[in-house]
Design a protein around this ligand. Structure first.
Ligand SMILES: [Mg+2]
Length: 265
């Protein structure tokens, strides 16, 4: 029996060091307002060894500066420049693919503010004619309601494209999981039959490019640490980065493998 199976701590030296370490936030460094055990010491040790550190989140509810403040308050000093969120990836994507578009935001007020700050005209789903929109931006929206769904439905029916911030079905919190952007996007896609042309957060190549650009490192020199196989680890693999999965967040508990009965047996 191995030490791990006997419940003993297993500490091994890493097989290599990287120039850049990218950490997911929710479920990896913290859960809600609580730092996860060992997170601050790990980041401090990596920095002390001279590597670059960045923080990555699909969560579109706050500005990178707010996540930096939260990390700093929890004991991991961070600047806004070190935090890359799905909203950074969104603005990079729209600047390239939707210059001059009039946008219907389905999200919390921050999304509309970011879009207007980047020079886009926005439509208010509560009061404007949604058929004027060239594009619908869908984000995690804790104020999502039927009138917003109707506005998005009418915009897409009139030809608007769809771009979403992140594909997460839910976000882990200390009070339980909460429905995330995929739920809003699914409602719009199901009613219109249309599909988002891009979901710009993890695991998309747009997000990988945004973080490597920020770190100024190549994929081979970077490792991504996260709690989700379907976003963190998948993005790292597809972008050519190494990855490390932590078991503190969204990853479902491993279940024992059951051997499937072979019908020929
Ligand atoms: Mg996470």
């Amino acid at each position: 029996m191995t030490a791990a199976k006997m419940g003993m701590d297993v500490h091994r030296r890493p097989t290599r060091r990287f120039d850049g370490y990218v950490f997911d936030l929710d479920g990896t460094l913290y859960l809600g307002d609580h730092l996860l055990p060992g997170a601050a010491d790990t980041v401090a040790a990596i920095r002390a060894a001279g590597a670059r550190v960045a923080f990555l989140t699909n969560k579109p509810l706050e500005l990178p500066s707010a996540y930096a403040q939260k990390l700093t308050a929890l004991g991991i000093p961070a600047t806004a420049h070190e935090v890359i969120s799905s909203t950074d990836s969104l603005l990079l994507y729209l600047a390239r693919e939707a210059r001059g578009a009039t946008i219907l935001p389905i999200g919390e007020p921050l999304i509309g503010e970011l879009l207007r700050g980047a020079g886009f005209a926005t439509i208010d789903p509560a009061s404007d004619d949604p058929t004027r929109a060239d594009l619908v931006v869908v984000s995690w929206d804790r104020t999502f309601d039927y009138p917003k769904l109707v506005a998005a439905f009418r915009a897409v029916r009139a030809g608007a494209r769809i771009v979403a911030t992140n594909p997460d079905p839910f976000c882990p919190t200390p009070d339980g999981d909460l429905p995330d952007c995929a739920a809003m996007l699914a409602a719009i896609e199901a009613s219109t039959g249309a599909r988002a042309e891009a979901i710009v957060g993890k695991p998309s190549a747009h997000m990988a490019a945004a973080l490597l650009d920020r770190l100024a490192l190549s994929a081979e020199d970077t490792v991504l640490v996260g709690d989700r196989l379907t976003t963190d680890v998948r993005m790292a693999r597809e972008a050519g980065m190494a990855s490390a999965l932590v078991l503190t967040g969204a990853r479902p508990r491993l279940r024992p493998c059951r051997r499937r009965r072979d019908p020929a047996d």
